[in-house]
Design a protein around this ligand. Structure first.
Ligand SMILES: [Fe+2]
Length: 353
């Protein structure tokens, strides 16, 4: 009894903090996942307030980015820029990343093996071309604006190895979904071109905006997500990254778009908009510089010190990743090693259409 009281005394402030910040799990947080509170509109209230504050911060940060980019981001939910770097700079960067050795985290999702190297400032010291990209003024300003937080993102090298896992399990990344309940961005600079062979990024333009139909869908999903025990579907669905069916997409009048792009294309997407990893029809690889910027959606302000804040976030995130490692390694979902990323072998290159 005493133990339970202590446990609750610690958990209630934690759950409350999550509720007032980026917490999204209906499963792990009984306030966020409370059926009666959601019947009264708790989830929808969080969605609306988070979106209003996001738009407010975007207005304040608008001097950072030219009007064309802002219009594209607000209208479609993503920015796509081909030939982002000069040809010479891109070739130097691609060469560096193909040869780079570092601490790799390898995760299994479905038949895909995802390899990532977290490129914090220490790793970047050994990668001058990568560092030059991080210092790129346009990229810096776009990410600071689109995240609405004025903070440079966390940087990774990401390498997808399609059809690498021979014991497939469900791949949550292949279903159309919103990452969370609030706007936040991810970015990709494509080192490989993308097409059906290696799984192009799929996005639903306009699905990042709130409409009446979308709010009704959010309400319905929030009640579904409160279901418990055997009523709850297995998998990641209920953790707050809602999956959307093709039927619901057409009810909301959305069209799905596949972003097959050449190498050296930059994509920055608001991942509240529906998106997924496209199907890869053959064994293949897809390397990107991957960027992620997620922050407290209910803080109406942003940092006035982008670089210092980014450095602090890198430090905190590195520690968090190290904490998460052991559980994932024990469950067989992840392995860590030091080395280079797997790149296409001769046969894969020859099979490419
Ligand atoms: Fe996602």
């Amino acid at each position: 009894m005493l133990k339970r009281t202590f446990s609750l005394a610690w958990k209630i402030p934690k759950w409350s903090f999550e509720l007032a910040s980026w917490g999204k799990s209906f499963k792990n947080n009984p306030i966020i996942g409370n059926y009666w509170l959601n019947l009264l509109g708790l989830h929808v209230f969080r969605v609306v307030v988070a979106h209003a504050l996001f738009r407010f911060r975007l207005v304040l940060l608008s001097p950072l980015v030219p009007l064309d980019y802002r219009k594209e981001f607000i209208k479609n939910g993503y920015i796509l820029k081909k030939n982002f770097l000069s040809e010479e700079q891109f070739l130097r960067l691609a060469k560096e990343l193909n040869q780079f050795e570092g601490p790799v985290r390898e995760i299994i999702e479905g038949t895909t093996v995802t390899q990532r190297i977290f490129m914090d400032y220490k790793e970047r010291k050994r990668a001058p071309e990568f560092n030059a990209l991080v210092e790129n003024k346009l990229l810096d300003r776009l990410m600071r604006y689109c995240s609405s937080k004025n903070r440079p993102p966390l940087f990774y090298i990401e390498n997808l190895c399609n059809h690498e896992n021979v014991n497939p399990r469900p791949d949550p990344q292949r279903d159309l979904h919103a990452d969370t309940f609030h706007p936040c961005v991810k970015g990709w600079l494509y080192i490989d071109e993308t097409d059906n062979s290696n799984g192009a990024y799929v996005y639903v333009p306009g699905s990042h905006s709130l409409s009446w139909k979308r709010l009704k869908w959010e309400y319905k999903e929030s009640l579904e997500a409160c279901k418990k025990g055997a009523d709850r579907e297995p998998g990641r669905y209920w953790d707050g990254s809602f999956r959307v069916s093709r039927e619901d997409l057409s009810k909301m009048e959305y069209q799905v778009e596949k972003l097959s792009v050449p190498a050296n294309t930059l994509v920055i997407g608001n991942v509240y908009g529906f998106h997924c990893r496209g199907e890869a029809v053959q064994k293949s690889k897809r390397m990107t510089v991957w960027m992620q910027a997620r922050d407290n959606p209910f803080n109406p302000l942003f940092t006035p010190f982008p670089k210092v804040t980014a450095r602090a976030f890198e430090g905190i995130w590195k520690k968090a990743l190290e904490r998460l490692d052991q559980g994932k390694i024990n469950s067989g979902e992840q392995r860590n090693f030091y080395g280079s990323l797997s790149r296409p072998d001769d046969k894969e290159a020859a099979d490419k259409p």
